[in-house]
Write a new protein. Sequence first.
Length: 172
Amino acid sequence: MKIVVAVSGASGASLGLKLIDKLPKTYDIHLVLSEHAQVVLEKEEHVTLHDNSNIAASIASGSFGVDAMMVVPCSMNTLAKIAHGIADNLITRAAAVMLKERKKLLLAPREMPFSPIALENMLKLATYGVIIAPPIAGFYSEQKNLEDMENFIMGRWLDQLDIPHTLYKRWS
């Protein structure tokens, strides 16, 4: 399975990077960091890092065959660009490809409270089939610390893309 993980905006970027470690090692993982989310990363064998300014990268083509894409976190700027078809960098171009190819696209908006404009953009994208999944904890999974809460959030994102995991205690 080919998965794109894009990280836009600086707030919550560490959660997007942690998510990569939770994906099955057998997946073909492609990482894109926006200019504001770039951090020092140790090179990992199972991750291909793309330059966000390179809109000619493999993941910008429908024929490359990406199965799903997550923008975690998703800044309001990136969300608005995706909602309005502005594909001026690799993250927004890859998201546009996901929409045209009718593939799974998950956005994790990171700001709160949401403005009416942001809510309108989220509604628009949701009607196109985009999964809008802000990083919100579910307290029924008996989280005891921040790591448990992060695992719950990441697990719910993976659930939406049908990616198997054991990151949190499920409701019984």
